[in-house]
Design a protein around this ligand. Sequence first.
Ligand code: HPA
Length: 247
Amino acid sequence: MTKVAIIGGTGLTSLNGLEIIGREIIQTPFGEPSGPLVRGNLAGHQIYFLPRHGAAHTIPPHRINYRANIWALKEAGIKQVIAVNAVGGIREDMQPGVLIIPDQVIDYTVSRTSTFFEEGLKQVVHIDFTEPYCETLRKNIISAADSSSISVIKEGTYAATQGPRLETAAEVNRLEKDGCHLVGMTGMPEAALAREQELCYASISVVANLAAGRGTEDLTMEMIERNLNEGMEKVRQLLEAVIPKLD
Ligand code: HPA
């Protein structure tokens, strides 16, 4: 059976319905992951769960040790990774609570260590990142959503911003002009590092708010958390539907 991990984001620091079997502390050459890897059963299948921001949601997006997290998953023998990401919706149909399975990324992050291939190399390495997400896993997530009548948007370009502040309205206008449809702070370098480690990686992105300048309400953490609660219940149902298909 292929080993599957879920990386939980804001709004998903623990996974309802996950029956915990154990916790594995994994040391990596790159320092500490966001926490121990939680091993458990979801819908009768064994999976691993890693809360990206730490169990108490205290690690901001630019301080996450993305390399340690991906290394730990690889070390545990994981082959497929479903990342859950909270995002702001830029395109009109990306309203709070909507789920998106992005198919492209534009990386606007700065000063994040974004590769495993930089020291002690025998040769320079450039990975192919034309398609940043694993198409097989994306298709499995989409077909699980379709067969359980969970509505998802099946493609979209994810803008990865540096954070931790939210964007200005002008920045969001620029992202839209660039062709981005959703914006979040944690999609990169995670996806690229997963590709470097040859993990099959895809994202379920959950709209927490309309991106800056797109709505009339002030963007507050309370509002983001409130909107995420609804979306995360759908994410949990989708995970329960997709996990059995990944065996
Ligand atoms: N921008 C960036 N990241 C986010 C947002 C946003 O509007 N909402 C949730 N994560």
